[in-house]
Design a protein around this ligand. Structure first.
Ligand SMILES: Nc1ncnc2c1ncn2[C@@H]1O[C@H](COP(=O)(O)OP(=O)(O)OP(=O)(O)O)[C@@H](O)[C@H]1O
Ligand SMILES: O=C(O)[C@@H](O)C(=O)CO
Length: 426
């Protein structure tokens, strides 16, 4: 299997978001969970997205895991590696976007690195280095209350500089609007001044097409699905994709079995989706304090689901509003409570699969990572899009048999996302 584009995603929902974008833009793509075992049979593809769970781990651990994945991708032919981060730049000052970007660039022998989380289809745009979520600057958006990575600064040049050893530059919209040569000239000027990593503005897809063309000439870039779109379109334009495009039909063949939804995302979008789901499905709201106190709440949830699941889909959610999350965090600590809840939701997910669930929707990147790891799913084929950034996934090499999943990034999807997802999974 020789691939053209490699990607390392810092969480599993983000990986499926990127894989969806690459597929939609003409690249046959597979999403692996970590570096796959050499015995795993993967289809012939143009792009591989290696999903890692490194967004909120200590930076040295993230660097080690990402550089191993980079080596694996290069050995399979990847000429360019995109480090897929969140379109809302989720990270802390001690966070991983800077260290991983610098490490990947060093591993590839240096060169300029474009960094942009812009993803216009979902309202993420960058102007003069400032990230907007819809019409709000990042620090005024609901991301200010994120349980693990609250974002308090919309100026990404500043945010990335705080995480990086080296200075961070800006490729502004004026250069991007002037086209690839102007972007190249700006990167060259920055390099002459000793700056190799630059946040890039992008508002429209055409900006990302320009950035994708230049990024493809470099070994490494860092960004969200928008940059994936730019890279995929540049590859297709270059004539190097000979496969005739990507299809999603194979991935969506029916699997039967029962269906369930598990949510650990506390985003505004997920909270609304849960309220709407309550109108048509049984929804169990877990008690986070009881989840942290011991195994009883997990057992209660499994028994609650067991009584209902054969009659139709059920929803189990740890998700809570910002005030409740911060109260729990002040009692037990941010990381400890997040981790304990992820463990609990992953155990519940595995028990649901034991009881015959084969169609599964999981809301939240960390939540999805913990659950997919516990299920030991090795890889996914990419099916059709449910909502921007969220495709149907079909397991590859899964010991429980074929399953269909949707790994929903916290902020993605309309208010009826859960019913829309299940309607596409048979
Ligand atoms: N009631 C709660 N109180 C505190 N933390 C919670 C609660 N419910 C869930 N969590 C934790 O909040 C975190 C949510 O992160 P997760 O990545 O799953 O969702 P997200 O950030 O909305 O999604 P994405 O990363 O895809 O945007 C997890 O660590 C989860 O365990
Ligand atoms: O880019 C995004 O917003 C998502 O793919 C994501 O990474 C959320 O975890």
């Amino acid at each position: 299997m020789a691939i053209l584009l490699g990607s390392i995603a810092d969480d599993y929902t983000g990986a499926s978001d990127l894989a969806n974008t690459l597929t939609k833009n003409g690249l046959r793509t597979v999403q692996t969970v970590g570096i796959p075992d050499p015995t795993l049979a993967l289809p012939d593809v143009d792009a591989v997205v290696v999903s890692l769970k490194i967004r909120s781990v200590p930076a040295p651990d993230a660097v080690t895991a990402a550089t191993r994945a980079e080596r694996w991708l290069r050995q399979r032919g990847a000429g360019h590696v995109l480090y897929k981060i969140c379109s809302t730049f989720d990270s802390t000052d001690a966070g991983n976007i800077g260290p991983v970007t610098e490490a990947l660039s060093e591993a590839a022998g240096g060169g300029s690195v474009l960094v942009t989380p812009a993803f216009p289809e979902t309202g993420r745009t960058v102007y003069l280095g400032h990230l907007f979520v819809g019409s709000q600057p990042l620090n005024e958006s609901p991301l200010k209350d994120h349980p693990l990575n609250p974002m308090h600064d919309a100026n990404l040049v500043r945010v990335l500089a705080r995480q990086s050893r080296n200075a961070v530059g800006l490729v502004d919209l004026t250069a991007i609007a002037a086209g690839p040569d102007a972007v190249k000239a700006k990167l060259d000027a920055l390099r002459t001044a000793g700056v190799t990593i630059a946040i890039a503005d992008a508002i429209f897809e055409r900006d990302l097409e320009t950035l994708g063309e230049i990024a493809l000439e470099t070994p490494v870039s860092t960004g969200a699905s928008g940059l994936g779109l730019g890279l995929a379109r540049a590859l297709v334009r270059s004539g190097r994709i000979s496969s005739g495009g990507a299809t999603t039909a194979d991935a969506i063949r029916p699997v039967g079995g029962l269906s369930a939804i598990v949510a650990g995302s506390c985003s505004k979008a997920t909270l609304r989706q849960l309220d709407v789901a309550e109108r048509s499905m049984p929804v169990l709201r877990l008690d986070p304090e009881r989840l942290l106190a011991g195994p009883d709440e997990v057992a209660t949830a499994i028994s609650w689901a067991g009584d209902r699941i054969s009659a139709g889909p059920v929803v189990i959610a740890a998700s809570a509003a910002p005030e409740t999350v911060s109260r729990l965090q002040s009692l037990y600590g941010r990381e400890a409570s997040g981790h304990a809840i992820e463990t609990a939701t992953s155990i519940i997910t595995a028990e649901l699969v034991q009881r015959g669930v084969r169609r599964l929707v999981i809301a939240g990147g960390e939540t999805s990572g913990a659950a997919v790891d516990r299920l030991a799913i090795p890889a996914f084929l990419i099916g059709p899009e449910i909502a921007p950034g969220v495709p149907v996934l079909r397991t590859v090499g899964n010991t429980q048999g074929d399953m269909l999943l949707a790994l929903k990034s916290g902020n993605f999807g309309g208010e009826d996302f859960f019913t829309a997802a299940l309607a596409m999974m048979h």
